[in-house]
Design a protein around this ligand. Structure first.
Ligand SMILES: Cc1cc2nc3c(=O)[nH]c(=O)nc-3n(C[C@H](O)[C@H](O)[C@H](O)COP(=O)(O)OP(=O)(O)OC[C@H]3O[C@@H](n4cnc5c(N)ncnc54)[C@H](O)[C@@H]3O)c2cc1C
Length: 416
Protein backbone atom coordinates (compact mmCIF):
# COMPACT_ATOMS: atom_id res chain seq x y z
CA UNK A 1 0.00 0.00 0.00
CA UNK A 2 1.41 3.44 -0.86
CA UNK A 3 -0.06 6.44 0.91
CA UNK A 4 0.87 10.10 0.93
CA UNK A 5 4.29 11.34 1.96
CA UNK A 6 4.31 14.50 4.07
CA UNK A 7 7.43 16.56 3.60
CA UNK A 8 8.17 19.09 6.30
CA UNK A 9 10.17 22.04 4.93
CA UNK A 10 10.23 23.45 1.40
CA UNK A 11 13.97 24.12 1.20
CA UNK A 12 16.03 22.34 -1.45
CA UNK A 13 16.24 19.10 0.56
CA UNK A 14 12.46 18.93 0.95
CA UNK A 15 11.84 19.89 -2.68
CA UNK A 16 14.35 17.35 -3.92
CA UNK A 17 12.61 14.58 -1.90
CA UNK A 18 9.21 15.77 -3.14
CA UNK A 19 10.33 15.75 -6.78
CA UNK A 20 11.80 12.24 -6.59
CA UNK A 21 8.75 10.81 -4.83
CA UNK A 22 6.22 12.50 -7.09
CA UNK A 23 8.14 11.35 -10.16
CA UNK A 24 7.63 7.78 -9.00
CA UNK A 25 3.90 8.34 -8.59
CA UNK A 26 3.72 8.98 -4.83
CA UNK A 27 1.33 11.65 -3.59
CA UNK A 28 3.30 14.32 -1.75
CA UNK A 29 2.25 17.21 0.47
CA UNK A 30 4.97 19.74 1.33
CA UNK A 31 4.37 21.73 4.51
CA UNK A 32 6.38 24.95 4.88
CA UNK A 33 6.40 27.13 8.00
CA UNK A 34 7.04 30.43 6.22
CA UNK A 35 5.15 32.16 3.42
CA UNK A 36 7.70 31.14 0.75
CA UNK A 37 9.50 28.07 -0.53
CA UNK A 38 13.28 27.86 -0.92
CA UNK A 39 14.48 28.16 2.68
CA UNK A 40 18.07 29.41 2.70
CA UNK A 41 18.17 29.48 -1.11
CA UNK A 42 15.65 32.02 -2.33
CA UNK A 43 15.07 35.42 -3.94
CA UNK A 44 13.02 38.32 -2.61
CA UNK A 45 12.15 41.89 -3.62
CA UNK A 46 14.39 44.28 -1.71
CA UNK A 47 13.11 47.85 -1.40
CA UNK A 48 16.57 49.32 -0.53
CA UNK A 49 18.03 48.34 -3.89
CA UNK A 50 14.66 48.36 -5.68
CA UNK A 51 15.13 44.97 -7.28
CA UNK A 52 14.70 41.25 -6.70
CA UNK A 53 17.84 39.81 -5.16
CA UNK A 54 18.93 36.51 -3.65
CA UNK A 55 19.28 36.07 0.11
CA UNK A 56 22.88 35.16 -0.69
CA UNK A 57 25.04 34.58 -3.74
CA UNK A 58 25.11 30.86 -4.39
CA UNK A 59 27.84 29.24 -6.43
CA UNK A 60 27.50 25.77 -7.91
CA UNK A 61 30.20 23.81 -9.66
CA UNK A 62 29.73 21.67 -12.75
CA UNK A 63 30.66 18.61 -10.63
CA UNK A 64 27.59 19.09 -8.42
CA UNK A 65 25.87 16.22 -10.21
CA UNK A 66 22.84 15.91 -7.90
CA UNK A 67 22.09 19.63 -8.22
CA UNK A 68 22.40 19.43 -12.01
CA UNK A 69 20.12 16.35 -12.12
CA UNK A 70 17.59 18.28 -10.02
CA UNK A 71 17.75 21.21 -12.46
CA UNK A 72 17.34 18.91 -15.46
CA UNK A 73 14.32 17.30 -13.79
CA UNK A 74 12.62 20.69 -13.43
CA UNK A 75 13.68 21.86 -16.91
CA UNK A 76 15.92 24.65 -15.60
CA UNK A 77 19.48 23.42 -16.26
CA UNK A 78 19.96 26.15 -18.86
CA UNK A 79 19.30 28.87 -16.26
CA UNK A 80 22.71 28.32 -14.69
CA UNK A 81 25.42 30.18 -16.50
CA UNK A 82 29.18 29.97 -16.36
CA UNK A 83 32.32 30.09 -18.50
CA UNK A 84 32.90 27.23 -20.98
CA UNK A 85 35.93 26.06 -18.97
CA UNK A 86 37.00 26.10 -15.33
CA UNK A 87 38.46 29.57 -14.88
CA UNK A 88 38.67 31.64 -11.71
CA UNK A 89 39.98 35.21 -11.96
CA UNK A 90 41.51 36.57 -8.74
CA UNK A 91 42.78 39.91 -7.49
CA UNK A 92 44.97 40.55 -4.45
CA UNK A 93 44.00 43.82 -2.79
CA UNK A 94 47.33 44.00 -0.95
CA UNK A 95 49.67 43.73 -3.92
CA UNK A 96 47.25 44.72 -6.70
CA UNK A 97 48.22 41.52 -8.57
CA UNK A 98 45.62 39.88 -10.82
CA UNK A 99 45.66 36.34 -12.20
CA UNK A 100 43.44 33.64 -13.56
CA UNK A 101 43.41 30.07 -12.29
CA UNK A 102 42.63 27.86 -15.21
CA UNK A 103 42.11 24.13 -14.71
CA UNK A 104 42.42 21.69 -17.58
CA UNK A 105 39.35 19.52 -18.26
CA UNK A 106 40.71 16.04 -17.55
CA UNK A 107 41.57 14.34 -14.26
CA UNK A 108 45.34 14.62 -14.75
CA UNK A 109 46.12 18.06 -13.29
CA UNK A 110 48.32 19.46 -16.10
CA UNK A 111 47.45 22.97 -14.92
CA UNK A 112 49.69 22.44 -11.88
CA UNK A 113 52.69 22.09 -14.22
CA UNK A 114 51.88 25.21 -16.23
CA UNK A 115 52.96 28.49 -14.64
CA UNK A 116 50.37 30.40 -16.72
CA UNK A 117 47.51 28.29 -15.34
CA UNK A 118 48.49 27.59 -11.74
CA UNK A 119 48.62 30.01 -8.79
CA UNK A 120 51.38 32.60 -9.36
CA UNK A 121 54.27 32.24 -6.95
CA UNK A 122 53.81 28.46 -6.54
CA UNK A 123 55.69 25.41 -7.88
CA UNK A 124 54.16 22.10 -8.95
CA UNK A 125 55.59 20.38 -5.86
CA UNK A 126 53.71 22.76 -3.55
CA UNK A 127 50.46 21.02 -4.54
CA UNK A 128 51.55 17.56 -3.38
CA UNK A 129 50.65 17.95 0.33
CA UNK A 130 47.00 18.47 -0.69
CA UNK A 131 46.86 14.71 -1.28
CA UNK A 132 47.29 14.26 2.50
CA UNK A 133 43.84 15.74 2.99
CA UNK A 134 42.35 12.97 0.87
CA UNK A 135 43.70 10.33 3.25
CA UNK A 136 43.07 12.23 6.50
CA UNK A 137 41.55 10.57 9.54
CA UNK A 138 37.83 11.53 9.81
CA UNK A 139 38.24 13.18 13.23
CA UNK A 140 41.05 15.52 12.15
CA UNK A 141 40.85 19.22 11.42
CA UNK A 142 42.38 20.65 8.23
CA UNK A 143 44.98 22.52 10.31
CA UNK A 144 46.17 19.18 11.76
CA UNK A 145 46.73 17.69 8.31
CA UNK A 146 48.23 20.41 6.12
CA UNK A 147 50.20 23.60 6.78
CA UNK A 148 47.75 26.46 6.61
CA UNK A 149 50.22 29.10 5.41
CA UNK A 150 52.24 30.02 2.35
CA UNK A 151 51.30 31.19 -1.11
CA UNK A 152 49.36 28.12 -2.26
CA UNK A 153 47.34 28.10 0.92
CA UNK A 154 46.53 31.80 0.79
CA UNK A 155 45.76 31.92 -2.91
CA UNK A 156 43.96 28.62 -3.50
CA UNK A 157 43.32 26.37 -0.51
CA UNK A 158 41.99 29.06 1.82
CA UNK A 159 39.52 30.66 -0.63
CA UNK A 160 38.33 27.26 -1.85
CA UNK A 161 37.77 25.72 1.58
CA UNK A 162 36.44 28.91 3.16
CA UNK A 163 33.78 29.12 0.45
CA UNK A 164 32.90 25.43 0.49
CA UNK A 165 33.00 24.77 4.27
CA UNK A 166 32.02 28.25 5.49
CA UNK A 167 34.57 28.08 8.28
CA UNK A 168 38.10 29.31 8.86
CA UNK A 169 39.80 26.39 7.04
CA UNK A 170 42.26 25.28 9.78
CA UNK A 171 39.24 24.54 12.02
CA UNK A 172 37.34 22.70 9.28
CA UNK A 173 36.79 18.95 9.24
CA UNK A 174 39.44 17.32 7.04
CA UNK A 175 36.83 14.73 5.96
CA UNK A 176 34.65 17.48 4.47
CA UNK A 177 37.61 19.28 2.91
CA UNK A 178 38.64 15.95 1.34
CA UNK A 179 35.15 15.47 -0.11
CA UNK A 180 35.31 18.95 -1.66
CA UNK A 181 38.75 18.33 -3.16
CA UNK A 182 37.77 14.85 -4.37
CA UNK A 183 34.69 16.20 -6.15
CA UNK A 184 36.36 19.33 -7.57
CA UNK A 185 40.14 19.70 -7.98
CA UNK A 186 40.80 15.94 -8.11
CA UNK A 187 37.93 15.37 -10.54
CA UNK A 188 39.45 17.76 -13.10
CA UNK A 189 38.35 21.02 -14.66
CA UNK A 190 35.18 19.45 -16.07
CA UNK A 191 33.89 19.30 -12.47
CA UNK A 192 35.08 22.80 -11.53
CA UNK A 193 33.24 25.13 -13.90
CA UNK A 194 31.62 27.84 -11.75
CA UNK A 195 27.86 28.13 -12.30
CA UNK A 196 25.61 30.94 -11.15
CA UNK A 197 21.82 31.43 -11.25
CA UNK A 198 21.90 34.64 -13.27
CA UNK A 199 18.12 35.15 -13.22
CA UNK A 200 18.03 34.54 -9.46
CA UNK A 201 17.81 31.52 -7.17
CA UNK A 202 14.02 31.35 -7.03
CA UNK A 203 13.57 31.66 -10.80
CA UNK A 204 16.17 28.94 -11.31
CA UNK A 205 15.85 26.44 -8.48
CA UNK A 206 12.54 27.02 -6.70
CA UNK A 207 9.73 28.23 -8.98
CA UNK A 208 10.34 25.59 -11.71
CA UNK A 209 10.49 22.93 -8.97
CA UNK A 210 7.12 24.04 -7.59
CA UNK A 211 5.63 24.04 -11.10
CA UNK A 212 6.95 20.52 -11.78
CA UNK A 213 5.58 19.36 -8.44
CA UNK A 214 2.15 20.84 -9.25
CA UNK A 215 2.12 19.07 -12.62
CA UNK A 216 2.83 15.80 -10.81
CA UNK A 217 -0.10 16.31 -8.46
CA UNK A 218 1.98 17.43 -5.45
CA UNK A 219 0.61 19.94 -2.97
CA UNK A 220 2.44 22.82 -1.23
CA UNK A 221 1.00 24.25 1.98
CA UNK A 222 2.68 27.51 2.98
CA UNK A 223 2.50 29.00 6.49
CA UNK A 224 1.87 25.48 7.76
CA UNK A 225 4.38 24.88 10.51
CA UNK A 226 4.71 21.45 12.07
CA UNK A 227 4.36 21.82 15.85
CA UNK A 228 4.88 18.23 16.92
CA UNK A 229 4.71 14.53 16.14
CA UNK A 230 2.31 12.00 17.69
CA UNK A 231 4.20 8.71 18.00
CA UNK A 232 2.84 5.21 18.46
CA UNK A 233 5.35 2.41 19.08
CA UNK A 234 7.73 2.48 16.11
CA UNK A 235 5.90 4.91 13.84
CA UNK A 236 4.58 8.44 13.52
CA UNK A 237 0.83 8.25 13.95
CA UNK A 238 -0.11 11.88 13.31
CA UNK A 239 1.29 15.33 12.53
CA UNK A 240 0.32 18.22 14.77
CA UNK A 241 0.10 21.59 12.99
CA UNK A 242 -1.56 23.38 15.90
CA UNK A 243 -4.98 24.15 14.49
CA UNK A 244 -4.99 20.90 12.51
CA UNK A 245 -3.87 17.32 13.15
CA UNK A 246 -3.20 15.08 10.17
CA UNK A 247 -3.43 11.33 10.95
CA UNK A 248 -1.04 9.06 9.03
CA UNK A 249 -2.41 5.82 7.60
CA UNK A 250 -0.28 2.71 7.19
CA UNK A 251 2.04 3.19 4.23
CA UNK A 252 2.15 6.95 4.83
CA UNK A 253 5.45 8.53 5.73
CA UNK A 254 7.17 11.78 6.71
CA UNK A 255 10.37 13.40 5.50
CA UNK A 256 11.58 15.94 8.04
CA UNK A 257 13.59 18.44 5.95
CA UNK A 258 14.03 21.34 8.37
CA UNK A 259 17.24 22.94 9.73
CA UNK A 260 18.91 21.13 12.67
CA UNK A 261 17.67 23.51 15.39
CA UNK A 262 14.08 23.02 14.17
CA UNK A 263 14.55 19.23 13.93
CA UNK A 264 15.85 19.05 17.51
CA UNK A 265 12.88 21.04 18.82
CA UNK A 266 10.58 18.46 17.21
CA UNK A 267 12.68 15.36 18.10
CA UNK A 268 14.27 16.09 21.46
CA UNK A 269 16.46 12.99 21.49
CA UNK A 270 18.08 13.77 18.13
CA UNK A 271 21.82 14.41 18.03
CA UNK A 272 22.47 17.18 15.51
CA UNK A 273 24.89 20.06 14.94
CA UNK A 274 24.48 22.85 17.50
CA UNK A 275 26.99 25.41 16.22
CA UNK A 276 26.65 27.55 13.13
CA UNK A 277 28.56 30.00 10.97
CA UNK A 278 27.26 33.16 9.32
CA UNK A 279 27.47 34.31 5.71
CA UNK A 280 27.36 38.02 4.92
CA UNK A 281 26.31 39.33 1.52
CA UNK A 282 26.41 42.91 0.26
CA UNK A 283 24.30 43.91 -2.74
CA UNK A 284 24.91 47.12 -4.69
CA UNK A 285 22.62 48.48 -7.38
CA UNK A 286 24.99 49.54 -10.15
CA UNK A 287 25.84 48.39 -13.66
CA UNK A 288 28.97 46.22 -13.50
CA UNK A 289 31.76 47.29 -15.86
CA UNK A 290 31.43 45.55 -19.23
CA UNK A 291 34.60 43.52 -18.61
CA UNK A 292 33.60 42.35 -15.09
CA UNK A 293 33.79 38.56 -14.81
CA UNK A 294 30.66 36.76 -13.51
CA UNK A 295 32.63 35.86 -10.39
CA UNK A 296 35.90 37.27 -9.08
CA UNK A 297 37.94 36.04 -6.10
CA UNK A 298 39.34 38.79 -3.87
CA UNK A 299 42.24 38.27 -1.45
CA UNK A 300 43.62 40.53 1.25
CA UNK A 301 40.40 42.35 2.17
CA UNK A 302 37.02 41.77 3.79
CA UNK A 303 35.32 40.88 0.52
CA UNK A 304 35.99 37.34 -0.70
CA UNK A 305 33.98 37.03 -3.91
CA UNK A 306 32.36 39.59 -6.20
CA UNK A 307 29.45 38.41 -8.37
CA UNK A 308 28.34 40.50 -11.38
CA UNK A 309 24.63 40.39 -12.22
CA UNK A 310 22.64 42.58 -14.61
CA UNK A 311 22.37 45.98 -12.85
CA UNK A 312 24.00 44.75 -9.64
CA UNK A 313 27.28 43.77 -8.00
CA UNK A 314 27.05 41.43 -4.99
CA UNK A 315 29.74 40.26 -2.61
CA UNK A 316 30.05 37.23 -0.37
CA UNK A 317 31.90 36.99 2.93
CA UNK A 318 31.95 33.47 4.40
CA UNK A 319 32.38 32.62 8.07
CA UNK A 320 31.26 36.21 8.57
CA UNK A 321 30.46 35.95 12.30
CA UNK A 322 32.88 38.78 13.12
CA UNK A 323 30.68 41.12 11.03
CA UNK A 324 27.30 40.15 12.44
CA UNK A 325 27.09 43.09 14.82
CA UNK A 326 29.02 45.64 12.73
CA UNK A 327 27.01 48.81 12.01
CA UNK A 328 25.31 48.20 8.67
CA UNK A 329 26.19 51.44 6.88
CA UNK A 330 29.83 51.31 7.95
CA UNK A 331 30.05 47.76 6.69
CA UNK A 332 28.39 48.69 3.38
CA UNK A 333 30.87 51.56 2.92
CA UNK A 334 33.90 49.41 3.75
CA UNK A 335 32.77 46.66 1.41
CA UNK A 336 31.92 49.08 -1.39
CA UNK A 337 35.34 50.74 -0.95
CA UNK A 338 36.98 47.41 -1.80
CA UNK A 339 34.61 46.71 -4.70
CA UNK A 340 35.26 50.19 -6.13
CA UNK A 341 39.04 49.66 -5.93
CA UNK A 342 38.81 46.32 -7.69
CA UNK A 343 36.36 47.36 -10.41
CA UNK A 344 37.39 50.98 -10.96
CA UNK A 345 33.82 52.16 -10.24
CA UNK A 346 33.30 55.48 -8.38
CA UNK A 347 33.76 55.34 -4.57
CA UNK A 348 30.31 56.90 -3.90
CA UNK A 349 28.12 54.28 -2.22
CA UNK A 350 25.34 53.16 -4.63
CA UNK A 351 21.96 51.90 -3.27
CA UNK A 352 22.88 48.93 -1.12
CA UNK A 353 21.68 46.12 1.08
CA UNK A 354 23.57 43.98 3.58
CA UNK A 355 22.08 40.53 4.27
CA UNK A 356 23.51 38.64 7.24
CA UNK A 357 22.43 35.02 7.64
CA UNK A 358 23.55 34.12 11.16
CA UNK A 359 22.94 30.41 10.87
CA UNK A 360 23.83 30.04 7.21
CA UNK A 361 25.42 26.60 7.72
CA UNK A 362 26.37 24.31 10.59
CA UNK A 363 29.95 24.89 11.78
CA UNK A 364 31.95 22.37 9.73
CA UNK A 365 34.32 21.40 12.57
CA UNK A 366 35.19 17.72 13.17
CA UNK A 367 33.12 17.79 16.41
CA UNK A 368 30.00 19.21 14.73
CA UNK A 369 30.45 16.97 11.70
CA UNK A 370 30.40 13.99 14.08
CA UNK A 371 26.96 15.08 15.34
CA UNK A 372 25.31 14.72 11.92
CA UNK A 373 22.74 11.93 11.92
CA UNK A 374 22.01 9.58 9.04
CA UNK A 375 18.58 9.71 7.41
CA UNK A 376 16.93 6.88 9.36
CA UNK A 377 15.25 7.36 12.73
CA UNK A 378 13.87 4.80 15.17
CA UNK A 379 10.41 5.49 13.70
CA UNK A 380 10.06 3.48 10.56
CA UNK A 381 7.96 6.04 8.66
CA UNK A 382 10.07 9.09 9.59
CA UNK A 383 13.16 9.96 7.57
CA UNK A 384 15.50 12.96 7.91
CA UNK A 385 16.82 15.23 5.16
CA UNK A 386 18.73 18.51 5.12
CA UNK A 387 22.20 19.77 4.25
CA UNK A 388 23.20 19.06 7.87
CA UNK A 389 22.38 15.34 7.82
CA UNK A 390 25.38 13.12 7.23
CA UNK A 391 25.91 13.32 3.49
CA UNK A 392 29.70 13.44 3.76
CA UNK A 393 29.61 16.92 2.22
CA UNK A 394 29.66 20.37 3.82
CA UNK A 395 26.33 22.23 4.06
CA UNK A 396 25.75 23.10 0.43
CA UNK A 397 23.05 22.91 -2.23
CA UNK A 398 24.59 19.64 -3.37
CA UNK A 399 24.38 18.19 0.14
CA UNK A 400 20.75 19.34 0.57
CA UNK A 401 19.67 17.86 -2.76
CA UNK A 402 21.48 14.56 -2.20
CA UNK A 403 19.93 14.26 1.25
CA UNK A 404 16.46 14.77 -0.23
CA UNK A 405 16.99 12.09 -2.88
CA UNK A 406 18.34 9.70 -0.27
CA UNK A 407 15.32 10.31 1.98
CA UNK A 408 12.99 9.69 -0.97
CA UNK A 409 14.70 6.35 -1.64
CA UNK A 410 14.21 5.26 1.98
CA UNK A 411 10.58 6.40 2.07
CA UNK A 412 9.86 4.33 -1.00
CA UNK A 413 10.80 1.30 1.12
CA UNK A 414 8.44 2.26 4.00
CA UNK A 415 5.49 1.32 1.86
CA UNK A 416 6.92 -2.08 0.85
C1 LIG B 1 23.83 33.29 2.50
C2 LIG B 1 24.03 31.87 2.06
C3 LIG B 1 24.91 31.58 1.02
C4 LIG B 1 25.09 30.27 0.61
N1 LIG B 1 25.93 30.01 -0.44
C5 LIG B 1 25.99 28.76 -0.95
C6 LIG B 1 26.74 28.51 -2.13
O1 LIG B 1 27.39 29.41 -2.68
N2 LIG B 1 26.75 27.23 -2.64
C7 LIG B 1 26.06 26.22 -2.03
O2 LIG B 1 26.08 25.10 -2.56
N3 LIG B 1 25.35 26.43 -0.89
C8 LIG B 1 25.29 27.67 -0.34
N4 LIG B 1 24.56 27.90 0.78
C9 LIG B 1 23.93 26.76 1.48
C10 LIG B 1 22.57 26.36 0.88
O3 LIG B 1 21.75 27.48 0.77
C11 LIG B 1 21.93 25.35 1.82
O4 LIG B 1 22.80 24.25 1.98
C12 LIG B 1 20.59 24.80 1.33
O5 LIG B 1 19.75 25.82 0.83
C13 LIG B 1 19.92 24.09 2.51
O6 LIG B 1 18.70 23.50 2.13
P1 LIG B 1 17.87 22.66 3.18
O7 LIG B 1 16.63 22.18 2.52
O8 LIG B 1 18.76 21.63 3.81
O9 LIG B 1 17.51 23.66 4.39
P2 LIG B 1 16.62 25.07 4.42
O10 LIG B 1 16.90 25.77 3.15
O11 LIG B 1 16.97 25.67 5.69
O12 LIG B 1 15.13 24.54 4.38
C14 LIG B 1 14.41 24.14 5.53
C15 LIG B 1 12.99 24.64 5.43
O13 LIG B 1 12.24 24.12 6.53
C16 LIG B 1 11.32 25.12 6.96
N5 LIG B 1 10.88 24.79 8.33
C17 LIG B 1 11.59 24.91 9.49
N6 LIG B 1 10.85 24.46 10.53
C18 LIG B 1 9.66 24.02 10.01
C19 LIG B 1 8.49 23.43 10.58
N7 LIG B 1 8.40 23.16 11.89
N8 LIG B 1 7.43 23.13 9.75
C20 LIG B 1 7.52 23.38 8.41
N9 LIG B 1 8.60 23.94 7.83
C21 LIG B 1 9.68 24.24 8.61
C22 LIG B 1 12.15 26.40 6.83
O14 LIG B 1 11.32 27.55 6.85
C23 LIG B 1 12.86 26.16 5.51
O15 LIG B 1 12.12 26.65 4.41
C24 LIG B 1 24.39 29.21 1.26
C25 LIG B 1 23.52 29.50 2.32
C26 LIG B 1 23.34 30.81 2.71
C27 LIG B 1 22.38 31.09 3.85
Amino acid sequence: MTGAVHIIGAGLSGLSAALKLSASGRRVVVHEATAFAGGRCRSYYDASVGMTIDNGNHLLLSGNHAALDYLRDIGAADRLIGPPSAEFPFVDLGSGERWKLSFNDGRVPWWVFDSRRRVPGTRALDYLPLARLLRAHPGKAVGEVIRCEGTLYRRLVEPLLLAALNIDPPQGAARLAAAVIRETLAAGGRACRPLVAREGLSATMIEPALETLRQRGGELRLEHQLRGFCFAADRVEALDFGSETIPLGSGEAVVLAVPPYAAVSLLRELTAPTEFRAIVNGHFRIDPPAAAPAILGVLGGTVEWIFAFPGRLSVTISAGDRLIDAPREELAKAVWGEVARVTGLPPTLPPWQIVRERRATFAATPAQDARRPGPQTRWRNLVLAGDWTDTGLPATIESAIRSGSRAAGLVAKVAE
